[in-house]
Design a protein around this ligand. Structure first.
Ligand code: GDP
Length: 396
């Protein structure tokens, strides 16, 4: 499935940059990074320079918006034409969807990503997906409050919001830098597999059951999605490729190379795949949730084709159907002949029972009430002050 990627803000830019610099990039038709901070854009390695868009120069002069997501939203609205010009340079006729990636706890992406989603949805008929990163709870109140507000708007403006919760994935004691790199790789690995799955071209090993773009689009039809991934090494005899010599024993009769892997036991392959589906679903979701609340799902198996047992994928798919009590669970495979592990990707879409989101929504409601109360108190104080002034005026 061909996607146009837009990284909004620092986290969004870094994740898009990691995707562009990683393996398996053919699903990325074009990538841009949008930011209000020059240093963040300069720090990218793989997004082409001409696709790094600095917005808000008139207001913040390249210094960023702090964690002020209202300002982030204002500068995105004011400079939407600059972003549109960059999108105009993309071959949009080749894409199947837009994907806007953003951290929801900061300022630029948190405020700007929903503005861009609304804009793209008005102009294009392609689906517009969001990938929203929730902050870790120890980042502090302002990040949580920003995320609570941004989430509500972003989910309304996109066709589907894929969510990654830093809080569920962050390990205490890890440095922020290496922590984010690891988290970004978790995200990148899932996106690559999901959007590459239907992208087979000449010379590729053909899947037994291809997951095409329409199946991904139907799975991501609306609401919030969470993605699980689990894998297991199937190794090689010695981890090296073994050369095969021709019949005459001479090296110029080389047939090519094959992996020194033992041929797999079918029963084992079935068990491995079904247990990977459970592992991906029950312990490896980007946004932990009650699995039973999902509306739709997708299971993609990847790895060396001889390990991708059709029966195993079907058993795993059926297990997910039982867990979610929905018939809308799609499945397929994405063979990678040179891989040394078998992996399962599970997408759960339209999930509604998500404790972290419920907590965020409560925070947004509480903060609205507090704002109303503060406003009411300020109005009372102002009236009292005016009355006092009136009394003072009467004295003179
Ligand atoms: P912005 O540039 O103003 O949009 O804000 P940032 O993107 O810097 O930060 C927003 C939030 O994103 C932070 O509060 C973190 O929770 C998260 N974040 C920042 N950088 C990364 C990153 O590289 N990876 C991940 N997973 N999260 C990040």
């Amino acid at each position: 499935m061909n996607c146009a990627l837009i990284g909004f803000g620092q986290a969004g830019g870094k994740i898009v940059d990691a995707l562009c610099g990683g393996p398996e990039t053919r699903w990325i038709t074009a990538a841009i990074a949008v930011n209000t901070a020059t240093t963040d854009l300069d720090g990218l390695d793989h997004v082409p320079r001409e696709n790094r868009i600095l917005i808000g120069q008139a207001r913040v002069r390249g210094h960023g918006v702090g964690a002020d997501n209202e300002l982030g939203s204002q500068v995105a609205s004011a400079d939407i034409d600059e972003i549109q010009h960059a999108i105009d340079r993309m071959p949009t006729h080749e894409i199947d969807a837009f994907l806007i990636v953003s951290g929801l706890g900061g300022g630029t992406g948190s405020g700007g990503a929903p503005v861009l989603a609304r804009h793209l949805n008005r102009i294009y008929t392609h689906p517009v997906y969001g990938l929203g990163i929730l902050p870790a709870t120890d980042e502090g109140g302002i990040y949580t409050l920003n995320a609570a507000r941004s989430f509500q708007t972003f989910v309304r403006e996109v066709d589907n919001l894929l969510v990654f919760d830093n809080d569920a994935w962050y390990s205490a004691g890890e440095s922020v830098e290496s922590g984010y790199d690891r988290l970004n790789e978790e995200i990148a690995q899932r996106l690559r597999l999901l959007f590459n799955a239907g992208e087979l071209r000449d010379g590729d090993c053909v899947a037994e059951s291809v997951v095409d773009s329409s199946e991904i689009i139907n799975t991501l039809s609306d609401g919030v999605s969470t993605i699980g991934y689990a894998s297991e090494s199937v190794g090689t005899d010695d981890g090296l490729l073994t050369a095969v010599t021709g019949n005459n024993g001479s090296t110029d009769g080389l047939l090519g190379t094959v992996t020194g892997r033992n041929s797999p036991d079918q029963g084992e392959s079935v068990t491995r795949l079904t247990s990977l589906v459970r592992k991906a679903t029950l312990g490896q979701l980007t946004l932990p949730c009650d699995v039973a609340s999902a509306d739709r799902g997708l299971v993609i198996a990847t790895g060396p084709p001889e390990y991708l047992s059709r029966k195993g994928i079907e058993r795993g798919r059926q297990w997910l159907e039982d867990e979610t009590a929905t018939m809308e669970i799609r499945g397929g495979d994405f063979p990678l002949p040179d891989a040394d592990e078998v992996g399962i990707l599970v997408v759960l879409s339209g999930v509604t029972d998500v404790p972290r989101i419920e907590r965020l929504q409560q925070i947004a409601i509480d903060s609205q009430e507090t704002t109303k109360q503060v406003q009411a108190t300020a109005d009372d104080d102002f009236e009292a002050l005016m009355d006092t002034n009136g009394e003072l005026d009467a004295l003179f």
